[in-house]
Design a protein around this ligand. Structure first.
Ligand code: HEC
Length: 285
């Protein structure tokens, strides 16, 4: 019964592709109304978009979300938002230096030993908004805003997930759903709202509650390149920036892939030519 076997194998494959699902927890299919330059196999980051996304992170998200693994100098690395080929050493990149200087870094004075604050340098890391997890939870109704350094890599769907959650946050409650105090309904947040739902048991709303107030509105930031700052644009740009933060070496990897392919092509040519050369004097019998 090869056909039955094939059907069973296909079903098994599809099931395994669905991935593990928490009991009762649901999420709307991620939004697909936006596209990013880096999604295609050879696609690169769009530097103007990374700069806009950085602005959104800096002026909005960083009030609650840390980005502990990213140093200011990383912004000027090849492929980064402020990469400038004139400054191969990002520590000398004036845009990077100017950004770092805006932050106050906790340090110890070398002479007096006192705790001080000093302006940041390109070698410093982004400053977390809260002293620790307890302080972060206390300020956010008990929920800790996750660190954003690797968030895009850690969540299925990456930038598409971030875009969906951020633009879906604060969605109107479907009829029959009561939103708990201090929470917001978000169809794209993985969760289980069944115990807050009094409607048709076959129509339990997908998604979950999130302790994050909807962070974006139109014109929440003013983009330096004149791009209109719609909520959608801000969300799309910050998602691109967070994807870069989580995978800063993507461009290098893709460029290496292309070089390897070119090498293999040339190498195959040489191999074929030498094959012809070596066997050229042997008759066909
Ligand atoms: C006022 C504080 C605050 C701001 C500002 C804020 N967030 Fe959040 N965010 C939170 C909290 C708190 C959570 C955890 C929510 C929960 O677990 O219920 C969260 C969770 C998230 C999640 C879901 C994370 C996960 O674990 O899957 C995403 C995505 C997110 N935030 C993105 C953003 C982006 C992008 C911005 C900036 C545009 C932003 N946030 C601004 C407080 C904030």
């Amino acid at each position: 019964m090869p056909r039955k076997l094939f059907a069973a194998a296909t079903a098994a494959c599809l099931l395994s592709m669905a991935g593990p699902v928490l009991a009762g927890s649901t999420q709307a299919p991620l939004k697909d109304d936006v596209h990013w330059s880096f999604e295609s196999p050879l696609g690169m980051y769009d530097q103007a978009q990374l700069q806009r996304g950085f602005k959104v992170y800096k002026e909005v998200c960083s009030a609650c979300h840390s980005m502990n693994l990213v140093a200011f100098r990383n912004l000027g690395d090849p492929g980064g938002p402020f990469w400038n080929p004139k400054y191969p050493n990002p520590n000398e990149n004036p845009a990077v230096k100017a950004i770092a200087k805006d932050y106050q870094i906790a340090d110890i004075d070398n002479d007096s030993g006192d705790a001080i604050k000093r302006p940041g340098t390109s070698a410093d890391y982004f400053v977390p908004p809260f002293a620790n997890k307890a302080a972060a939870a206390a300020a956010n109704g008990g929920a800790v805003p996750p660190d954003m350094s690797l968030l895009s890599a850690a969540r299925e769907g990456g930038p598409r997930y971030i875009y969906s959650v951020v633009t879906g946050d604060g969605a109107d409650a479907p009829p029959g759903l009561t939103i708990p105090d201090g929470k917001y309904y978000d169809p794209w947040m993985n969760g289980d709202v069944s115990s807050y739902y009094k409607g048709d048991p076959h129509k339990i709303p997908v998604g979950g509650f999130i302790a994050m107030p909807p962070p974006l509105i139109d014109d929440r930031v003013a983009f330096d390149d004149g791009t209109k700052a719609t909520t959608k644009q801000e969300a799309q740009d910050v998602a691109a920036f967070l994807q870069w933060a989580a995978d800063p070496k993507m461009e290098e990897r893709k460029q290496l892939g292309v070089s390897v392919l070119i090498f293999l092509l040339i190498f195959s040519g040489i191999l074929y030519a030498s094959y012809r050369q070596i066997w050229s004097k042997v008759g066909h019998g």
